[in-house]
Ligand binder design. Sequence first.
Ligand code: ATP
Ligand code: MG
Length: 261
Amino acid sequence: MTDIILEAQQLRKAFGGLVAVNDVGLQVERGSMHSIIGPNGAGKTTLFNLLSGNLRPTSGRLLYNGRDITNLPLHKRAHVGIGRSFQITNVFNNLTVYENVRLAAQALDGASMVVFTRYDRFSSYEAKALEAIETVGLRGLENVPATVLPHGNKRKLELAIILASDPELLLLDEPTAGMATEQVPELMQTISDIRAIGNKTIMLVEHNMSVVMSVSSKITVMNYGAVLAEGTPEEIAANVTVQSAYLGDLYGDFDEMSKGH
Ligand SMILES: Nc1ncnc2c1ncn2[C@@H]1O[C@H](COP(=O)(O)OP(=O)(O)OP(=O)(O)O)[C@@H](O)[C@H]1O
Ligand SMILES: [Mg+2]
């Protein structure tokens, strides 16, 4: 039996007359790298906003580890284990790398920690923050203000910020956006490491098809808010509907890649 960490059932989000997410059904396997692809405006970010609790669905259900979280508010989702990044960089520029990550580690603290002494509590934030910084490969840059980080390192910092809250499931919306092409493999390696070392489940929105094809265990293709296709990278590359619908036109590198299969 497959182990499903997150399941969306008939998930829908309408903005007035525009149906941005159209009755999407989705099962995300624990430990997988599950990518969502599709053209601009397909509803990928809106779907992530529904999964993270930033938006409430118009209808449908969302199950996390079998529990109905459809109406669970945003601040509680982080506590159940869902962490997310945004399509736009989300870092406090005037704080250092360490301060940014440490704040994130501390932000999740709740009543559960009151049994610890002050010292225990602070050292546990510190340990979590340093571990996250280490995992993303920013060791040595702890005291650098975020504002002076090059774009690639800022994206790593965002990953560390998410990791500091120790999520089981990470929602990454275009983590390579705006990065120089030569920096992309390193960031993707970091993301793969996070998944492997930390035993995490990762959902990824990504426009770079060669990245998607090489890292994903499963791919869901969205078009006009709905699921157009779902499968392994090989199945998606071979899917005639997906190809003729838009992938061949949308992604220049797609034709060449699918010839390899
Ligand atoms: N808050 C909002 N209010 C009204 N319409 C919205 C809102 N957010 C998104 N939309 C619309 O919903 C549709 C889906 O947008 P969404 O941002 O989810 O697409 P996307 O797949 O993430 O696109 P991209 O690849 O450009 O990031 C678009 O038509 C968009 O204009
Ligand atoms: Mg988007």
